[in-house]
Design a protein. Sequence first.
Length: 483
Amino acid sequence: MSDTRNTAFMAQASKSETAAPATEASSYTARHTGPDTSPQKPVDWQARRIDINDITPHRVKIASGRFRNWRRLTTWPLLLFFFLTPWLTWNGNPAVHFDLNKKVFQMWDWVLWPEDLTIIIGLLAGGAFALFFVAMYAGRLWCGYACPQTTWTFLFIWLEEKIEGSRNQRRKLDQGLGSNVQKARRAIKFIAWGALSLATAITALAYFYPLQQWANDVLAGDISWMAIAWLIIIGGLTLINAGWLREKFCTDACPYSRFQSVMFDSFTRTVRYDEQRGEPRGKANPDSNQGDCVDCNLCVQVCPTNIDIRDGLQIACVDCGACVDACDQVMDKLGRARGLITYEPEQQLSFAQRWRLWGYGMAATLAAVLTLVSAFDSQPLSINIQRDRFSLYQLTPQDTITNRYVLSLHNRTADDMTVTIIDQQQTLARLGIPAGARAGQTINVERPLTRPSGKIELSIEYNGQRQVVEVSYSNPYATLASY
């Protein structure tokens, strides 16, 4: 079964959708002809669509239940973090700031520079392996509970239901049958969508263009046209994506759904329909031999990607669990056991026996540990000392040899720093470096004529810390001076 599913996954990833979408009425009629007694076929990953239109988005019915509660526990904190973080300050600066001009990323006291590429690579690698681990263990958990696409789509759907009313009322409006009041509510909905899209665009730009600076530029009439352009682009894409594209982005554009076949196996938790228990479908009748599925279509109506989970596991399914909540409500009303649609693996296997899952977890843990070690091991002051190529050494009238060095310093912290360069208790230079700034200094190191070439040590003190660096010292006169 696992091989069949993986083969179907990869076949779907390599071809475009050509199957015509089935309407809700035709699907309903087909399901009442009884169960399919033909030999089992590979899962159809073309993700049959119900009541879909190229322009009108799928009207989703919001179902309450434990999976919706879990989704709230993840999406609302993420939304609050996204919208509130740009308003936070730290030591007079934005708490989180991507400064493209200075090429620096600041998050509270943590500052990343281009030379911290290894840390960034470690973060990306650790995140990728963690995503693989979660996907193999619990399916598309990221898609259903943390992906911005799903989060904003459910937020737009929530606004749509609160303003326009139930799913049936919205479908009447799509058919031009709504009252004037309902049409006015639809206009209000578009205004609310636009306001949310604008707030999203402003917040996203605030991570690169601080709100205080933005407000000052607006009041002075000096706002950047580039910022306005990005405001229009981000706001427009948010409105179009979460308002209309929705499931089309997940099924046709998102690469994650295409390569998930390499991570799924028969032991992966996914949303699935119990066909043996549910078939044959039909209206509730205690005197018949029908299955537990009463063909109410609620599982289709609540699905954000507009699929029928009863057709089998499909590439469009994001494992959000909305169909599980809807089906559980129906089973509770009928007095039947829950679990007709459930979030369980096809086969059970203990965690300790899943070696590939262990591999993903160990790789994610190793990447996280190495990244943390690299981050904590980084020095607040970057020091680079090079010999002056135009004056390697010089004989002074006092019969001493001086070597000239070019010192390059980079303050990698968010605070100002005073740096002192010391050679054998003698202060060679003292300079102040603003937060995040770079500075250069030329220093002369003097030694007696009899001091041979070799390594010498210089001390660099800053913020109560002391760092010793070794430099090469040249004295071609040392051999002559010994005679």
